[in-house]
Design a binder for this molecule. Structure first.
Ligand SMILES: O=C(O)CCC(=O)C(=O)O
Ligand SMILES: [Fe+2]
Length: 453
């Protein structure tokens, strides 16, 4: 099979060099993909057409004489006598193919138009270019060498039957998360500290595990790529090419991982933002997907009118009431893809894994999807240092997202009432951070120096 694929690759490269020799420079500008290598074209085509295997993509490129646009058209051709499976990932049209059609119609500005999703509509994005342009995320397909991705998947599939459902209180009812999860830190000592000091939804977590060997190996690669992506994001997308206010200026170094398991299409996670309590403001998260491809949906948080209060919509707490306010964007996460949630994500957007009516079973994972979110817990936000509430429990950090007046401000508040069987208190305190996202109890080196003189 490999020899067969490399024969096809050779035939495409032959076509590429032939077409380069005869093409005038002006026409090359019109068809930029003719200048790219087969690997690049294949990767681009794979991101636009995530449902086809490598052989099919190569075949399409071959009969399209190396043109990605034509190959897309070939792959999108649907036999009118066959009806597509509804809601399986990959049958919706992507923004890229929409743009290609618009470009052909002469509307060259379409590509740069501000994307406006509409109430009640889902826009499906596949290509890394579209994703980074229209969401606070970037994606790297085929992130790990395949054997490494499969080894990691096997390591976590073995653990997954022991994962637990998160249990929390929602509107006075005890509910369980619609998927299972495990929590990992690097050493056994840290695991012990987490069990006794760190609070989530008003509760201490009993089950804290030590990072497994494959996870640890991959974490190093995730770290390197996420740091590159952060720098690229700053250069290409932030005002004046500068990091955001409150974003850390230091390299990102993950020290914890939440592993999620979605067993079948009905398992999901509702719209939420991730806890910032231990990550701090403008946190970056690296999220690796393995096994069954699923849809990661994101939507921008729409501020309420002045008089509306701030809702307590928090991590893993389902908040569908305004899900349709501005429409949503669906990012397709195939096996071995790394999604980077950038610094603006948690404060301004919500994310979810949508239930799927149909899934394509994965050869190793069958119906399961495994997701690892690598995160950096900051030493300066250790719960021994953060404010305690009247219940004497470390408080949670939240960002005001809805009320226009205080949008973007941070606050410490009591979360004990989210724990089943417990009542919380009314503790509230505005949270202050310096421009680099450090709390006031962290002394700057120059202040330390001044104190010691
Ligand atoms: O499964 C995913 O891709 C997302 C998981 C998630 O949002 C979380 O762990 O907070
Ligand atoms: Fe999340």
């Amino acid at each position: 099979m490999d020899a067969f694929i490399s024969r096809k690759r050779r035939r495409i490269s032959d076509q590429e060099s032939d077409s380069k020799q005869v093409q005038a420079p002006e026409t090359r500008n019109d068809t930029p993909d003719d200048d790219e290598s087969t690997d690049f074209k294949l990767a681009l085509l794979a991101s636009l057409q995530p449902d086809h295997d490598e052989e099919t993509l190569l075949e399409a490129l071959l009969i399209s004489e190396g043109s990605v646009k034509k190959a897309c058209k070939v792959l999108n051709y649907k036999d009118p006598t066959v009806s597509p499976r509804k809601n399986a990932i990959g049958y919706q049209s992507s923004l890229s193919s929409f743009n290609i059609k618009r470009d052909r119609m002469g509307d060259s500005k379409a590509r740069d138009k501000k994307l406006l999703t509409k109430k009640g509509r889902t826009l499906h994005l596949y290509s890394p270019e579209d994703i980074e342009k229209h969401t606070p995320c970037s994606i790297i397909h085929n992130f790990l060498p395949l054997e490494e991705a499969n080894a990691l998947l096997l390591e976590l599939l073995k653990e997954s039957p022991t994962f637990r459902r998160d249990t929390f209180k929602l509107f006075d009812r005890v509910v369980q998360s619609p998927h299972t999860m495990g929590f990992y830190v690097d050493t056994l000592d840290e695991a012990e500290l987490h069990r006794t000091e760190y609070v989530y939804n008003g509760n201490y977590v009993e089950d804290v595990r030590q990072t497994l060997p494959e996870m640890r190996k991959v974490s190093v690669k995730v770290q390197a790529t996420v740091n590159e992506e952060i720098q690229r994001r700053i250069r290409m997308h932030y005002p004046e090419g500068k990091k955001l206010k409150y974003q850390s200026p230091h390299p990102w170094k993950p020290n914890t991982a939440f592993v999620n398991c979605y067993d079948g299409g009905t398992e999901s996670v509702g719209y939420h933002t991730d806890h910032l309590t231990y990550l701090g403001p403008h946190a970056v998260i690296g999220s690796l997907s393995l096994g069954v491809a699923r849809e990661f949906r994101v939507r921008k948080i729409v501020p309420r009118d002045q008089n509306d209060g701030e809702s307590n919509s928090t991590d893993k707490k389902i908040d569908e009431s305004r899900a349709d306010a501005e429409g949503q964007i669906s990012i397709h996460l195939p096996h071995n893809s790394l999604l980077v949630m950038h610094a603006e994500m948690q404060e301004e957007w919500k994310h979810s894994i949508a239930p799927a009516q149909a899934i394509d079973p994965h050869p190793i994972a069958k119906n399961k999807r495994i997701n690892i979110t690598y995160r950096q817990f900051k030493d300066s936000l250790n719960p021994r240092l953060t404010p305690k509430c009247h219940c004497k429990v470390p408080t949670s950090l939240r960002c005001v997202q809805r009320s226009k007046e205080n949008k973007g401000r941070y606050m410490w508040q009591c979360d004990v009432s989210y724990a089943p069987g417990k009542d919380g208190c009314s503790f509230f305190q505005w949270a202050e951070f310096d421009d680099d996202g450090e709390p006031p109890w962290v002394k700057k080196p120059q202040e330390e120096k001044a104190r010691s003189v």
